[in-house]
Design a protein around this ligand. Sequence first.
Ligand code: IMP
Ligand code: MG
Length: 182
Amino acid sequence: MTEQFALGKENGKIEVMFTSKQIESRIKEMAEVISKDYRHKNPLLIAVLKGAVIFLSDLIRYMKEPVEIDFIAVSSYGASTKSSGVVRILKDLDQSVQGKDIIIVEDIVDTGLTMKYLVENIGSRRPDSLKVVTLLDKPDRRKVEFKPDYCGFTIPDRFVVGYGLDFNEKYRQLSDLCILNN
Ligand code: IMP
Ligand code: MG
């Protein structure tokens, strides 16, 4: 824990929203539900880089059905593309999703623009089924209608870091999910 104080806990810049223990027990519950829904299936879980990496790696270790994993990276839209919701793929999947049961794994749904784009994009590649699991949802910030199929925690409109989520690439390694105060 000592090193983590150097990352902002010492001056109150960050405060804990969910402890690693709370996250772990919620992820166990989610994995149980998802495993039931995908019984006798072999879903391909697609994590959105980079924020969802830690969530993916914890989630699959509690899943009972055999799973496969892949990764996709998208650009965050700049100011000019914010309203249009144009998202660019920076790293595409290594494999075809055709005929597969796909679960997109996201860290947080905010405006909904990224997930709306990815569901349309991956959905057009003819998977057998397509669902979205997100650790966090900030519905107050939505710009387009989007409802994740599975959600860990619904949170208020606060900027959060840790457990894979970053601010300018910092704080991803915190094991708790923290609110970043400015
Ligand atoms: P969108 O606005 O729903 O398209 O979300 C885009 C991305 O913004 C998410 O996948 C996150 O990577 C990032 N993001 C949104 N809110 C937060 C936050 O509170 N902390 C860290 N990253 C965030
Ligand atoms: Mg993300």
